[in-house]
Write a protein of this length. Structure first.
Length: 291
């Protein structure tokens, strides 16, 4: 585990505003390769945003409850991690529940699709009480397995390029943890720890080199860690509440970053917008939900 300084000098990267917005809690950027678009969310605003960088086309779909994640499906449409469970949105906009389980005081948060096409979906309590959240694995037939039942704010989840490691964030711990992965997870241990004053780890993504990019809530940055846990790059951003990141674009070299306005007394003009850092690295193609 490390929280040390960068192992080499960071290059200067310039951000651009991909979509100027005022999302209360922007989150969950995901590149939908089949549709050639980026999907991202406003959790508390109950909005699913889509953005096509080739044409500039944007669309918004309003949900009737808070939404933690929206991921592409193999047959088209999206799988949604919603306040009251996991649902499917078909290409024709038909909505149906895959697993409906309302829990008072709890909502959905971040989610990711594993190499086998299952959805690993997190929850948290609105009051962020320790032990009030979960991380669960959902399959296409609606079966569910609770993997972790004692988290506070279930957040970033991702897999190494060879699929043998899973990285995971429970934000209040200030850690990114790593598990051995073979369809199930074992041997949880710390990967990196975020030092006091640098913010809290939120969303993450893995690049083609196996490096872990971590968005820092109240840290105004995205950090890149090598597979050994060394900090080797910091992308500084102008607004503090940086929530998640994902590679997108036709060649997966542009890093998209979501941000939030919630709780800020004087939000920066780009707070709540979707940002992009062109040419930041090389991402991995993400699997679609097998359902």
């Amino acid at each position: 585990m490390t929280s040390g300084r960068a192992s080499r000098a960071s290059r200067a990267y310039a951000y651009e505003v991909a979509v100027r917005a005022e999302a209360t809690l922007g989150e969950g950027p995901t590149w939908d390769a089949a549709a050639g678009r980026l999907v991202w969310l406003d959790i508390l605003g109950g909005r699913i945003h889509t953005y096509d960088p080739a044409t500039g086309h944007r669309a918004v779909r309003v949900t009737d409850q808070h939404i933690g994640a929206a991921k592409p499906r193999t047959g088209g449409g999206l799988v949604l991690n919603l306040r009251d469970g996991v649902a499917l949105l078909d290409p024709d906009d038909t909505f149906r529940w895959l697993h409906h389980e309302p829990v008072p005081g709890r909502r959905a948060n971040d989610a990711a699709v594993a190499p086998d096409g299952s959805l690993w979906a997190g929850t948290m309590r609105y009051d962020e009480a320790p032990g009030g959240g979960t991380l669960s694995r959902f399959t296409a037939d609606g079966s569910v397995d609770t993997v972790l039942d004692d988290v506070a704010v279930s957040n970033g989840t991702g897999w190494s390029p060879d699929g043998r490691l899973m990285y995971y964030i429970d934000s209040p711990t200030r850690r990114v943890d790593v598990f051995d992965y073979d369809g199930q997870v074992t041997n949880r241990r710390p990967f990196v720890e975020i030092e006091e004053g640098a913010g809290f780890p939120d969303g993450l993504t893995i690049d083609a080199d196996g490096c872990v990019w971590v968005a820092l809530w109240d840290g105004a940055a995205v950090r890149r860690y090598t597979p050994d846990g060394d900090l080797d790059r910091v992308l500084t951003l102008p607004t503090p509440r940086v929530t998640a990141c994902a590679f997108g674009g036709a060649d997966l070299t542009d890093l998209y970053v979501t941000t939030a306005r919630v709780g800020l007394d004087a939000p920066h003009p780009v707070a709540g917008s979707l940002l992009v850092v062109p040419g930041a690295g090389k991402g991995l193609a993400q699997p679609a939900f097998a359902g």
